[in-house]
Design a protein around this ligand. Structure first.
Ligand code: PEP
Ligand code: MN
Length: 332
């Protein structure tokens, strides 16, 4: 249940009431909001006279539910806003991993030349094998920060686990919570305590509702700057790396109020299909796209097979602009 308290209730009184009824308290658009579990169907008697409005839900998809806010939230990614009525499809691009200063600078120059503003690159990589490249760690984060300084970019990077989440929060503009990390409560709870934008990727065996519930951890803790990212789920098919769940994307757009970002690179797993799949994503009308690009994909230290080279990336960019316009969006 979500309760909007009356305007006469102060924030400190609201915090006290929340404690009494064991609810989450957040201040949203200047309103004191209490969030209880979806099992609660009636306003607790002790706060009845303080309640202005309340919503009852069939499940624990609450703050993210369209039945609570019947619009897509507007979320800032650096200087760009997405969702709401912005009509923006934001391109977040860069290599899978930050590998060296020279490499990330080449990626930065590519983005700059194409008028893009959001640079991604992993520094703590959640690899399936302990023997593969694990990322540059703090050294990589510092390189991203350097690119931010020099190029004015917004930097997107992932948290692998809760041990280094403070470092990520300090250095990133957008905290990416990866497909494997989205169940990590330490990460989610830390993301709830910052106001930085959080990009949560759907686990490859995660139902849509579980996915949204991960977002609820962040929202209910007081950070409303959340983006959902569909990046492919595991099906019986092994010809491609994963299966991009476009049906799920329409479900998220219909039932949730969070902006949706699509990641065709990780879903496809092979560069040959990334451009076509990206165009399909753009045609759906989406708030953002995450596309991996590398100056020399053949020697990439992670996800080599799916990263586009610079020429492929630029060709893709020019092909998606008219598609975005057809569905009422702008590539930014
Ligand atoms: C990535 O974005 O490089 C990544 C590891 O993604 P995912 O968490 O979706 O596998
Ligand atoms: Mn990757």
């Amino acid at each position: 249940m979500i309760i909007h308290l009356k305007d006469t209730v102060s924030a400190s009184e609201a915090a006290k009431l929340a404690e009494d009824v064991k609810a989450f308290h957040l201040v949203s658009n200047g309103k004191n909001v209490l969030v209880l579990g979806s099992g609660v169907k009636e306003v607790p008697a002790s706060i009845e006279d303080k309640t202005a409005e309340h919503w009852v839900f069939p499940n624990d998809m609450q703050l993210a539910a369209r039945s609570y806010r019947n619009e897509t939230r507007t979320v800032k990614v650096g200087n760009v806003s997405i969702g709401g009525n912005t009509g923006n499809t934001l391109i977040i691009s860069g290599p899978c991993s930050v590998e060296s200063e020279e490499q990330i600078r080449q990626s930065a120059a590519l983005l700059k030349a194409n008028g893009l503003t959001s640079l991604r690159g992993g520094c703590y990589k959640p690899r399936t094998s302990p023997y593969s490249f694990q990322g540059m760690g703090l050294e990589g984060l510092k390189l991203l920060a350097k690119m931010r300084e020099e190029f004015g970019f917004t930097v997107v990077t992932e948290a692998r686990d809760a041990t280094h989440i403070d470092e990520i929060i300090e250095h990133a503009d957008v905290i990416q919570v990866g497909a494997k990390a989205m169940y990590d409560q330490g990460i989610l709870r830390a993301c709830a305590k910052t106001q930085k934008t959080v990009l949560i990727k759907r686990g490859f065996g995660t139902t849509l509702q579980e996915f949204v519930q991960a977002a609820e951890f962040v929202l209910s803790g007081g950070n409303e700057n959340v983006l959902l990212c569909e990046r492919g789920i595991r099906t019986f098919e092994t010809g491609t790396r994963f299966t991009l769940d476009l049906c799920g994307v329409e479900w998220l757009k219909h039932y949730t109020n969070l902006p949706v970002v699509l990641d065709p690179s990780h879903a496809m797993g092979y560069a040959y299909g990334v451009a076509g799949l990206t165009r399909a994503c753009v045609a759906l009308g989406v708030d953002g796209l995450l596309v991996e690009v590398h100056p020399n994909p053949k020697v990439a230290k992670s996800d080599a097979s799916q990263q586009l080279d610079h020429a492929q990336f630029e060709a893709l960019l020019s092909s998606i602009k008219p598609i975005a316009q057809t569905v009422g969006y702008n590539i930014v």
